[in-house]
Design a protein around this ligand. Structure first.
Ligand code: PLP
Ligand code: COI
Length: 359
């Protein structure tokens, strides 16, 4: 792929953020973006890195009416020795390919995904923050464009990548969060699109999340659509429950997002001697475990949130504390090991970390 680069004159570049500890999540964007178009009969054309700017699409574009949209989320990390690292980017490329197939979109080729991310991040490396816990968040998106209102897949597509330097996803940082167990609204059902990373899943989750936040909870913990009994995932994370040396996480039933952090935590935990069970886990099993003391910790996992301890679950008006709302040793250990891998602080026996350039 031959990427055209449209340089911005130095005096027109944005000023860098001042204080990396104030970054938050996804509030400022870098100077450049990557774009590439899919045209019927031609395939993927015009790979370009140019100025971050509004995109021009027809008001009849399929994405605007029927939500034919998917996205990904990954991070570029600055290692202390100057390497620029990605964490399992081919997994994001593959998941995006699968999301595209589910949404009947022209899939973006896996090698193009890796090449475009690498090129854009290297060009924008001045934006990769160095402070602990910060990273450059990479947001690739694919949208159905074209100009016809019939309900059918778009004839044209736009793939684009934008970048945002980020700190912690939750304002709490690495501190326990409180979750609201949603017993009315659902996020997704088996057979739907819950396992694809498509915007509609997030739109569908907003009302429940807003209500939970009004009541003071960080995010919603979703239950299964059929029985409202089995745990699915959190707003932007998969979830784990710790029973001593055993971890339990909901299996990929078809309605939850197959998280790359989830997959990594499972492999990492197994390598450390933990037993990991991927299986249905009901809300009663969780509350029984809290009551009899066998459930010792819980945490969420995701790219944006990394590993986030869960301190309490509120269900039907009752609050259930986990580990006295403290960070537990298993959560702490997995968090530290994962972050050390991502920032290139420790040897990577798994082959997960990919150096794409130098600062
Ligand atoms: N579940 C949902 C709904 C998410 O939005 C995310 C974030 O991407 C995850 C789980 C975790 O996925 P990953 O670990 O690949 O970031
Ligand atoms: C991520 O963790 O990458 C996410 O996409 C979560 C959220 C910001 C949608």
């Amino acid at each position: 792929m031959q990427i055209t680069i449209e340089r911005i004159p130095d005096n027109e570049l944005k000023p860098l953020y001042q204080d990396p500890s104030q970054l938050g999540f996804g509030k400022i964007f870098t100077d450049y973006m990557f774009t590439m178009y899919y045209q019927k009969g031609k395939g993927w054309v015009e790979p370009k890195i140019g100025k971050y700017r509004p995109i021009n699409i027809d008001p009849a574009a399929v994405v605007l009416h029927y939500s034919q949209e998917i996205f990904e989320g990954l991070k570029a990390y600055a290692a202390e020795d100057g390497r620029i690292l990605l964490f399992r980017p081919e997994e994001n490329a593959k998941r995006m390919y699968e999301s595209a197939e589910r949404l009947c979109m022209a899939p973006f080729p896996i090698d193009y995904f890796l090449e475009s991310v690498t090129a854009l991040v290297n060009l924008e490396k001045r934006w990769i923050p160095r402070a602990p816990g910060t990273a450059l968040y990479i947001r690739p998106s694919l949208i159905g464009t074209g100009d016809a209102l019939g309900v059918h897949p778009a004839s044209e597509y736009l793939f684009f990548i934008i970048l945002t330097p980020v700190g912690a996803y939750f304002k709490e940082g690495f501190k326990p969060i409180s979750l609201y167990v949603e017993d009315y609204y659902i996020r997704a059902a088996v057979g739907g699109v819950g396992n694809a990373k498509t915007g509609g899943n997030y739109a569908a989750s907003l009302l429940a999340a807003a209500k939970a936040q009004e009541k003071g909870f960080s995010q919603v913990l979703w239950l299964d659509a059929r029985e409202k009994r089995f745990i699915e995932e959190v707003g932007a994370m998969n979830i784990f429950f710790v029973f001593g040396k055993k971890l339990v996480t909901p299996d990929l039933s078809g309605s939850i997002l197959p998280g790359i952090t989830r997959k990594s935590v499972i492999e990492l935990a197994r390598s450390l001697g933990y037993t990991v069970e991927e299986r249905p886990i009901s809300i009663e099993e969780v509350f029984d475990g809290i009551k009899d003391g066998s459930l010792t910790e819980s945490f969420g996992s995701g790219t944006a949130a990394v590993i986030s301890p869960v301190g309490s679950l509120n269900f039907k008006g009752e609050n259930h504390l986990i580990n006295d709302f403290k960070v537990g040793p298993v959560t702490e250990e997995l968090y530290t090991r994962l972050v050390n891998l991502q920032y290139g602080k420790t040897e990577d026996p798994f082959g997960w970390v990919k150096e794409i350039g130098r600062l």
